[in-house]
Design a binder for this molecule. Structure first.
Ligand code: PGA
Length: 259
């Protein structure tokens, strides 16, 4: 069985000082996270404080929200995979819909970023998802396949297996209107099938596919009831340590019941 992931995306929230306090509280609240992996992605400016607060023995995974694909050089304002690795990051989000929507991120960039993450030993969490307009015009498959094929071009089967894909319908992010599991599951199947095709092997069976978009402690178990959904990428509900710990507890306690 694939280990489940609960990943918090802090977006542009919390100072370094607040991050330290958050992590200390989270560690008090979290049970031993047997069988699941819990991680969170603070802003760049809070990574060091979060790392310090985690200490050397925590099993919580630290990640970043983005990276640039070059290792170093004249790229004002950017942060490389090498820098993130040095700060203790284990994973990095790539192609989040807010990057695509507000910062013009293209599939060709996400591809370079996934490659840069892999080169630096960071687990890429590639975010894909359709807009409401795509959904209403029956373009879901087309959009998801394009984001996957372009974002993962040239990546070896062996690396594809280690990836995490987050399916985040844009219309569900931050709106309080989560997709229903019935809406999400077919897209998760499509993603798994595409990963098999891209790898020419069974990478799709090993890749972790998370759902994201208005996940809360109240609806998480409904998603995890499907074997297709390997965890969640959470924004709003991860900002409070008690709520985030509750998400982890729900994930530990829920077993998939459907194929
Ligand atoms: P949300 O954000 O949980 O606030 O909808 C999810 C995300 O953007 O990853």
């Amino acid at each position: 069985m694939r280990t489940r992931y609960i990943i918090g995306n802090w977006k542009m929230n919390k100072t370094a000082t607040e991050a330290g306090a958050f992590v200390r509280r989270l560690m008090q609240e979290l049970p031993a996270s047997d069988g699941i992996q819990v991680g969170f992605a603070p802003p760049f400016t809070a990574l060091h404080a979060a790392r310090e607060a985690l200490g050397s023995t925590s099993t919580l995974l630290l990640g970043a929200q983005d990276l640039y694909w070059e290792e170093k050089g004249a790229f004002t304002g950017e942060v490389s995979g090498t820098m993130l690795k040095d700060l203790g990051c284990r994973f990095v989000l790539v192609g989040h819909s807010e990057r695509r929507q507000y910062f013009g991120e293209q599939d060709s960039w996400t591809n370079k970023k996934v490659l840069a993450a892999l080169r630096n030993g960071l687990q890429p969490v590639l975010c894909v998802g359709e807009t409401l307009q795509d959904r209403e015009s029956d373009q879901i498959d087309l959009v998801i396949q394009r984001q996957l094929r372009a974002g993962l071009a040239g990546i070896e089967a062996q690396s594809l297996e280690t990836m995490v894909i987050a399916y985040e319908p844009v219309w569900a992010i931050g709106t309080g209107r989560a997709a229903s599991p019935e809406q999400a599951v077919p897209v998760h199947r499509l993603i798994r099938g595409t990963m098999n095709e891209l790898s020419g092997s069974e990478a799709g069976q090993r890749v972790r596919i998370l759902y994201g978009g208005s996940v809360t402690p109240h609806n998480l178990a409904d998603f995890l009831a499907s074997e297709e959904i390997d965890g969640a990428l959470v924004g709003g509900a991860c900002l409070d340590p008690v709520s985030f710990a509750t998400l982890a507890k729900v994930a530990i306690g829920s077993k998939p019941t459907t194929a």
